[in-house]
Design a protein. Structure first.
Length: 316
């Protein structure tokens, strides 16, 4: 009993020490995620996913709103306008390909739809919004979330490397992140590693993209005809827009916006560390081969095609 308590105490000390380290400027987004994964695999996270997950969701929302203070309204409008057609096109593409591929692979309809929605819009948030409407089971939700978080983690390392290798501009990379990476946390993490302009573009386009949860939820509700389901509205996007307005038009806030942005980035690194802590062996084992192949094919298609289009536009 004493040994068990002692080990748990050591785990907590390591957990909190690394969490504090992730708040420092010396830790980047990928490193923060890797440290969390190390804690989960090597020493076991001292807290359950049930305790960590709510903190992740709330902390991410607060950090996203904080990043809004570092954006000028004109910049946000420009980024949102440039990303609009990419957003509409990519969402439609992913949903159609997901439907066709799911039929060809004889994938569960509910599971393939959850994964497609998570890939098309904003990962875990979209899955959480759609799952009660289509009456997804706990297993289906867990598998969809697990595969999305796994591919997010991979993207956080691959995207910046490919972006530098291809010589993408800050704007091009930010747009590519917003389209090709599932979850907002990894989008912002990858973009912040690439540069400040990439971060501004990626955050704005991704959050504008997240608003598509509402029409897609309503459309799903119409076809499913589930009278008990409710449409979840991502309220924190309103906070992000309000932060942009305050940062643009309130001089006192504009003077300290740089500090708010830096604190928000540090908070984002902590969020990614916590996400890494939830990626246990058990979580990864729940995915299964067929859902993983299905997810990877869709992700590669949308990543490669969106990158090709961005590069073609850049040349014209």
């Amino acid at each position: 009993m004493e040994k068990s308590d002692s080990r748990q105490g050591v785990r907590k000390v390591v957990f909190f020490a690394l969490a504090v380290l992730c708040l420092t400027p010396w830790v980047s987004s990928p490193v923060a995620l890797a440290l969390g994964f190390f804690v989960s695999i090597a020493i076991q996270t001292p807290f359950s996913s049930g305790k960590i997950s709510p903190i992740i969701h709330q902390l991410l929302k607060v950090c996203i709103i904080g990043l809004g203070f570092g954006l000028e309204l004109n910049e946000a409008l420009k980024a949102g306008k440039e990303g609009f057609f990419f957003t509409v096109g990519s969402i439609s593409f992913v949903l159609v390909v997901g439907f066709v591929l799911g039929r060809l692979m004889k994938q569960e309809g509910v599971l393939s739809y959850l994964i497609s929605v998570g890939t098309a819009i904003c990962g875990g948030s979209a899955i959480a919004a759609i799952s009660p409407i289509i009456k997804a089971s706990g297993r289906q939700i867990s598998v969809a979330l697990a595969v999305v978080f796994l591919l997010n983690s991979i993207a956080l390392f691959i995207y910046p490397t490919v972006g530098h290798w291809l010589g993408l501009s800050q704007g091009q990379f930010g747009l590519w992140c917003a389209i090709g990476i599932h979850d907002t946390s990894s989008v912002v993490g990858a973009a912040s590693k690439f540069g400040d302009e990439a971060l501004r573009v990626a955050t704005t386009v991704k959050l504008a993209r997240a608003l598509w949860i509402i029409p897609l939820s309503l459309l799903t509700l119409f076809f499913v005809k589930n009278s008990q389901a409710k449409v979840k509205i991502p309220w924190f996007i309103g906070g992000f827009v309000l932060a942009i307005l305050v940062g643009t038009y309130v001089p006192l806030v504009a003077d300290i916006s740089l500090y708010i942005t830096e604190v928000s980035k540090a908070g984002l690194h902590l969020t990614l560390f916590l996400i890494g802590c939830t990626l246990s062996r058990e979580t990864l084992k729940t995915i299964g081969l067929k859902p993983l192949i299905f997810s990877v094919i869709i992700w590669i298609l949308v990543s490669v095609l969106s990158l090709e289009i961005i590069l073609l536009i850049g040349k014209s």
